[in-house]
Design a protein. Structure first.
Length: 222
């Protein structure tokens, strides 16, 4: 079904720009993610841009790479992992805190919009705790069996990787089929992230968003 708000991603510019401007209302954001589009602002011009790059980066849910050190960390009692217990703090840390992975692209308007999506049950966070302090985490948007991971951060070494490992485990257990990470980087490639053509991504997305699965209320973890 075509988007109610956006042009087709196949009409995007060569660098993936779909359109410029518009609100960050829940309906508009969910419609964007359902059709493979995400917001990314341009600070210099105070403009909200909407993107659908080609190729698209995903983390295959059977392809997450766990190093020996990370495996030892996951088996230890160093961290405690929760879900949806501190969404506001996680997204604030992704926007401004040390160890953020994804830059400073989150504006105040975007933070408020994603908190609204969390309140409505569409956005979720994984929190990693160390000595009862938030040590790292990640958050994203769930629609059907598709999860769009937006950003992650760490304050203690490996905490963001622990968050991602628990996210992947949880998505697999809940029956998700697609973990979108939007853009490939050398760092994410070491975790198993790959690029696929946008057309293939959109086909996967169309199937995933219609799956009768939900993220649930709690991620498995220590």
């Amino acid at each position: 079904m075509p988007s109610k708000f956006f042009p087709s991603p196949t009409d995007a510019t060569p660098d993936g720009l779909v359109t410029v401007g518009g609100s960050l209302s829940p309906d508009r954001l969910l419609d964007a993610y359902r059709h493979g589009i995400f917001p990314w602002p341009v600070y210099e011009k105070d403009m909200m841009l909407w993107w659908s790059p080609d190729p698209r980066a995903i983390l295959p849910l059977d392809g997450f790479y766990i190093s020996k050190r990370l495996r030892r960390t996951l088996r230890s009692d160093k961290f405690h992992v929760t879900c949806d217990q501190a969404f506001d703090e996680v997204i604030a840390s992704c926007a401004t805190g040390p160890g953020r992975e994804g830059g400073t692209w989150l504006t105040g308007e975007m933070v408020a919009a994603y908190i609204r999506l969390h309140d409505l049950g569409h956005a979720h966070s994984i929190e990693v705790w160390h000595d009862e302090q938030l040590a790292g985490g990640t958050y994203g948007i769930a629609i059907g069996g598709a999860f769009a991971a937006e950003s992650m951060f760490y304050r203690v070494r490996d905490a963001s990787k622990v968050a991602l490992a628990h996210l992947v485990t949880h998505l697999n257990e809940r029956g998700f089929q697609l973990l979108d990470v939007q853009q490939w980087t050398p760092h994410t490639s070491r975790l198993g992230v790959i690029e696929i053509p946008r057309a293939k991504y959109l086909d996967h997305l169309a199937t995933a968003v219609d799956l009768p699965v939900t993220f649930g209320n709690k991620a498995n973890g220590k």
